[in-house]
Write a protein that binds this ligand. Sequence first.
Ligand code: ZN
Length: 329
Amino acid sequence: MPPHPPATRAARRVSRRVRRRRTMLVAGMLVAAIAAGGYALTRPSEADADPSAGRASTQATPPRAEAPEAEPSPLTPPASPTPVGSPPPCDTAEVTAAIAHGSDEDVIAAFGGGEAFRLVVAAGDAPCIDLHRAGRTWVVVNKRNALDPKDYWPVPQARPTAPRIVSGGGWLRADAASALDDLAGAAAADGMGRLGIDSAFRPYDFQVGLYDRYVASRGQQAADLRSARPGHSEHQTGLAVDVVACGTAGCGSHDDFRGTPQATWLAENAWRFGFIVRYEQDRTETTGYAWEPWHLRYIGTELARAYRDGGFSTLEEFFGLPAAPTYAG
Ligand SMILES: [Zn+2]
């Protein structure tokens, strides 16, 4: 059974939009209250903001706690979560120092944590954060964003020891490898058995051959749903890994991973270790890929927590990026 049946997913999406509109309303009223000298505006208006606007880069805040239903607001949602009068987030001493000398975790902490980081990035308020730059935990690689540089090679790398390496070298960027060990250990402790690694880091040249073989065997359209063109694969970042379920009879394959207890466990628990299931069911229009419950992407625990708490199902929406269903060229 899929982790999110279509009806439930649709209801979640509607609920998410309503909650976003509510939170944008509250944020907009606060900004207006400040501008009006401290008086909150309470008069509703027929001029409602487009509820779909909250899904774009102007998104002010993710859905959080439930709030009473509100009437439409005359206020335009604020484009930036940065308080009026505050320096741009990238200009603060903490962020400047973290970007120059710190780790990715230090940078996110300097912004105030995963959700604060996401908010300013999604609002276009953090020009110092380049979502296209390979080597950062927050890099977004999809059909519209190629790796930069194209031949990026992650270092340092390490090989997880808790999962069984079924095929490929099993190498990941070291922080992702360590996190995957923690994840695999927790899965085993929860009775999920041992996970296997079917594919982890894949260099650019390897992806050339892999994609060509897909095209030769299935045609380009089918290949593009399952395999990235060279320079567009998350596997090249060293932050993505395909897992399979192993048992006493050996390890299964991708295609029989769907619906397994391990797949369900991953969908519910991967975030605790900094991973997300990157290609969820029914999200092809945004991600460009078919449902792949086995493909995990490491984004670090801070961002993964914000992703989960916000109810997101694609990294594109999480960062306010346009959908990437097809290649630009
Ligand atoms: Zn994969």
